[in-house]
Write a protein of this length. Structure first.
Length: 294
């Protein structure tokens, strides 16, 4: 599990359907540039903007494309826990390696509800389960209870309180519990990995666009080359800065079009870019001089 994982874009074809052929191309692009796995239908992958059937098709095609060459983590979070259970069972059936979920969305905004939510999903299969903590406070003395659940074995942490994660991991080690943690903030991967024994790697959006950078940040960090990792992070962050500048997430996918892997736009409430908007954005990408054609 150690290394860099792309939070895969879900490519959308011109007719609005999931572009399954492009999923295979995204897999090949990532693997050829050092990624060790893919996180499917998470925030980047528009999980909550896809139907259950579409998410299952993403799982199917990704499993077929990877064919055992990398790890796949299926994000199954849904508003309804029963839907998440259904997705988890499908992921197990088609050969996904891990399942993952955010805490309850809209309904059940409490620790107790999150515990029940994770319990039902993690018990639905024999696959290891990864909590997806995004925008939530990590409280080590409370959250250690999640890892009492039989299949909860890790956390994707998209936050910046690495001290809290370190404290949580320390409690797990003291209790003899096995767990791995992945950093979810692309721009701070080297910061998370500087803790050495806390994070096993990173999962992020920009890993689709410049996968080699994040694979190298992991490799250099694990080898103890802090200077080299910092240089790669600095260059990657120039891409991150441009990518997140606009609130319209379709600009993120526009970077994939630039490198030759057109994933379409994000679904509404985001909007597709006009030809003029894309042309102007592509000129700014040119100025970076970092993105390489796939």
């Amino acid at each position: 599990m150690r290394g860099a994982y792309a939070a895969m874009f879900t490519p959308i074809a011109s007719d609005g359907s999931v572009n399954e052929e492009m999923i295979e191309r995204l897999v090949e692009h990532g693997l050829s540039n050092g990624l060790v796995g893919f996180y499917l239908t998470g925030s980047t992958g528009e999980g909550f903007l896809l139907s259950l059937d579409e998410r299952k098709r993403v799982f199917d095609r990704a499993a077929k494309a990877v064919a055992g060459r990398a790890k796949l983590i299926a994000h199954v979070g849904c508003v309804a826990t029963d839907d998440a259970v259904d997705l988890a069972r499908h992921a197990a059936k088609v050969g996904i390696d891990w399942v993952s979920s955010v805490a309850p969305v809209y309904f059940g905004q409490s620790f107790e509800a999150a515990y029940r939510h994770y319990e039902r999903i993690s018990n639905a299969t024999d696959l290891p389960f990864m909590i997806y903590s995004i925008g939530a406070e990590v409280l080590p003395d409370r959250d250690v209870r999640f890892f009492d659940l039989p299949n909860v074995k890790g956390m994707k942490y998209t936050g910046a309180d690495y001290f809290a994660v370190q404290c949580l991991r320390r409690r797990l080690v003291a209790a003899g519990k096995e767990a791995i943690f992945f950093a979810g903030r692309d721009e701070q991967l080297v910061c998370a990995l500087a803790l050495r024994n806390v994070f096993s790697g990173g999962i992020g959006t920009t890993y689709n666009i410049i996968p080699r950078h994040f694979a190298e940040i992991c490799r250099l960090s694990f080898a103890g080359d802090a200077e080299g990792a910092a240089r790669m992070q600095d260059e990657a962050n120039r891409v991150v800065e441009l990518m997140i500048e606009n609130e319209n997430w379709s600009y993120r996918k526009a970077m994939m079009k630039y490198i030759g892997l057109d994933c379409g736009p994000y679904r509404h409430p985001y909007a597709p870019l006009t030809d003029a908007e894309y042309a102007a954005f592509a000129k700014r990408i040119d100025t970076l001089g970092i993105l390489q054609k796939a």
